[in-house]
Design a protein around this ligand. Structure first.
Ligand SMILES: CC(C)(COP(=O)(O)OP(=O)(O)OC[C@H]1O[C@@H](n2cnc3c(N)ncnc32)[C@H](O)[C@@H]1OP(=O)(O)O)[C@@H](O)C(=O)NCCC(=O)NCCS
Length: 183
């Protein structure tokens, strides 16, 4: 969906713009997906599972920009993507269409500057305007940093999915389930 740019000031004094991830960022997004999935084990995608071409990424970002039920938000610092977040509906069926799901990841260089807090605040504000009643998310049990942020932003832990993830090193990892009410 399209939404207004929002400028924030980071903890180090730099300016950062939160804006729709439009097709003009396709090349940066491919690099971002490859690098962030290598920087942390806590994202769903392994680095070798990115596999987007410039054309396919442009097409996807264009489609999501025109979709009124998908938020794709990037954080831009000095013209470069520092991170990306998204919110999309869980499903079309009437019994579940009040729920949406959120994901977020930043380059390591931009952690702990306040970007995550600002992005979650803006994304959940937009999600409430779209009409969703709650935001759900899953986070790897060992990812304490993300859980601290989510709790700070009003998310509540509701459960745990046993052995939800199998890493390439053969280890299983639980997921913590969290939600935030938008009502
Ligand atoms: C999780 C992530 C999005 C957080 O974004 P961020 O911009 O670093 O978060 P912020 O700077 O807004 O806030 C982080 C807060 O956690 C606190 N924090 C960070 N590490 C901490 C720790 N080890 N112990 C206690 N508090 C900690 C910070 O002090 C800050 O709180 P404050 O603003 O009250 O001081 C980012 O670290 C990231 O992209 N991680 C890798 C990808 C990932 O794990 N994504 C989530 C998948 S579910």
């Amino acid at each position: 969906m399209r939404f207004e740019d929002r400028e924030i000031v980071l903890k180090d004094g730099r300016k950062c713009i939160l804006r729709p991830t439009s097709p003009e960022y396709a090349d940066q997004m491919i690099e971002y997906l490859e690098k962030t999935s290598a920087e942390t084990p806590f994202l769903l995608r392994n680095p070798d599972e990115v596999g987007f071409t410039l054309e396919s990424e442009k097409e996807i970002l264009g489609r999501l920009l025109d979709d009124p039920y998908t938020i794709m938000m990037c954080a831009v610092v000095d013209g470069k993507i520092a991170g990306n977040g998204s919110i999309s509906g869980i499903g079309e069926k009437r019994k579940i269409r009040h729920r949406c799901s959120m994901a977020i990841a930043l380059y390591k260089d931009y952690w702990n500057l306040g970007i995550g807090t600002a992005m979650i605040s803006y994304m959940t504000e937009l999600a409430g305007k779209i009409g969703w009643h709650q935001v759900d998310l899953e986070v790897v049990a060992e990812n304490e940093q993300a859980q601290i942020l989510y709790k700070k932003c009003g998310f509540i832990e509701t459960g745990r999915r046993h052995n939800a993830l199998l890493f390439d090193d053969g280890t299983y990892h639980d997921e913590i389930l969290m939600y935030k009410s938008l009502k």
